[in-house]
Design a protein around this ligand. Structure first.
Ligand SMILES: C[S@@+](CC[C@H](N)C(=O)[O-])C[C@H]1O[C@@H](n2cnc3c(N)ncnc32)[C@H](O)[C@@H]1O
Length: 356
């Protein structure tokens, strides 16, 4: 099967997806004269060759099997894997956010199992180019096998490069010659310099990372280069639905987390990004809230002497109340109900009625 085969009767060599009576799916390549054995019965490949896609085939045990050509989504989810793949929901978002389009010159690293390479190559449709970097040879081989088995041959516009992106990219792409760069790797921040050199002004960098620590690190590293627009981050969640009669509800299970997408655009050489307002409005959050949620994110704030004196008084009052409680509990007449000022000190806020 090649990427151009859409619809029409099944031919020898086609990949066929058979869905059985209990919804079990199996995939086979059609070969004249061959037989496909199930749990009980079997199907001659020749009974599938020549019939229309979407036909129901009977096995020798009477089991009914729906025959369809698998979609790319089905193929990437079941193809051999070296490394973890980018799921179709994220691949779709990457194609949109990185604005991958026919004619674009795209860089990708690492290749892993080639799942994202397949989506990008499909979007390019034989135009432009995709240069894919992978530092592990066995992963590159898995990816190459997967791409060829879907595309029918190694596409002319695909260059699979074995090597570390940080070293190999400058040898493959002249400065300012790439339109898009998609990084799916553990430490994308290590490759930002070479990617910034390769990208054209206005080109898009998209980083796909699995954890918030990677997200934060790569976002700050992108900012620190001064060569990109402020990065945008998001994630894609897809929740399936069960729709049957009156039972219409979300599926009980979903893939809740795969990764985060971070995009930024290459500035023109010498361009300095104007200062953008980044903080949320004062009415939504106080600086104190932000400091508690993300310590240090606001930098060192100057605290006035007056505020400090007030905090010292509060802390001392809290200490005095605690000491008094301790005396009461060890003495003969114990038990004191904490009053509102106790609670306020415990919570770190100001007791009511306090005025400066
Ligand atoms: C999660 S996998 C990529 C999966 C791929 N996007 C897919 O959809 O199948 C990450 C890959 O990046 C490769 N890698 C990590 N750092 C790299 C680097 N600096 N240069 C090239 N490849 C790298 C790893 O060897 C691994 O195969």
């Amino acid at each position: 099967m090649t990427e151009t085969d859409i619809g029409g009767p099944f031919r020898a060599g086609d990949r066929v997806q058979l869905t059985g009576p209990k919804g079990r799916v199996s995939t086979l390549y059609l070969e004249p004269g061959k037989r496909y054995f199930m749990h009980k019965g079997m199907i001659d490949h020749d009974t599938i060759i020549g019939v229309d896609e979407g036909s129901v085939i009977s096995a020798t045990d009477g089991g009914q099997y729906l025959a369809l050509r698998p979609l790319l989504e089905d193929i990437v989810m079941s193809m051999p894997r070296g490394a973890a793949i980018i799921y179709p929901k994220d691949a779709a978002a990457i194609l949109a956010k990185a604005d991958i389009r026919p004619g674009a010159r795209v860089i990708e690293a690492g290749v892993g199992s080639g799942a994202l390479s397949l989506w990008i190559l499909r979007m390019l449709g034989g135009t432009g180019s995709l240069t894919s970097f992978e530092r592990r040879e066995e992963f590159a081989q898995v990816a190459e096998g997967n791409v060829i088995s879907v595309m029918g041959e190694k596409p002319d516009n695909w260059n699979l490069v074995l090597g570390d992106l940080a070293e190999a990219l400058p040898e493959q792409h002249a400065d300012g010659s790439a339109d898009r760069a998609v990084l799916d790797m553990l430490a994308p921040w290590e490759c930002l310099d070479v990617v910034a050199d390769a990208l054209k002004p206005g080109g898009i960098l998209l980083c796909y990372v699995a954890t918030v620590t990677q997200l934060s690190r790569v976002a700050e590293a992108i900012r620190a280069t001064g060569l990109f627009t402020d990065p945008n981050a998001d994630e894609t969640m897809v929740r399936g639905w069960h729709v049957e009669g009156l039972a219409v509800r979300p599926d009980h299970r979903m893939i809740a987390h795969t990764g985060f997408l971070l995009t930024a655009r290459r500035l023109a050489d010498g361009a300095v990004l104007p200062n953008l307002k980044r903080r949320a409005s004062k009415s939504d959050f106080s600086d104190e809230d932000v400091e508690i949620w993300t310590p240090g994110s606001l930098g060192d704030r100057q605290v006035s002497d007056k505020v400090l004196r007030k905090r010292a008084r509060l802390a001392q009052r809290g200490a005095a109340i605690t000491a008094e409680k301790g005396r009461d509990q060890t003495g003969p007449e114990t038990s004191q109900t904490p009053d509102a000022s106790d609670a306020a000190v415990d919570a770190g806020s100001e007791p009511q009625g306090e005025s400066e």
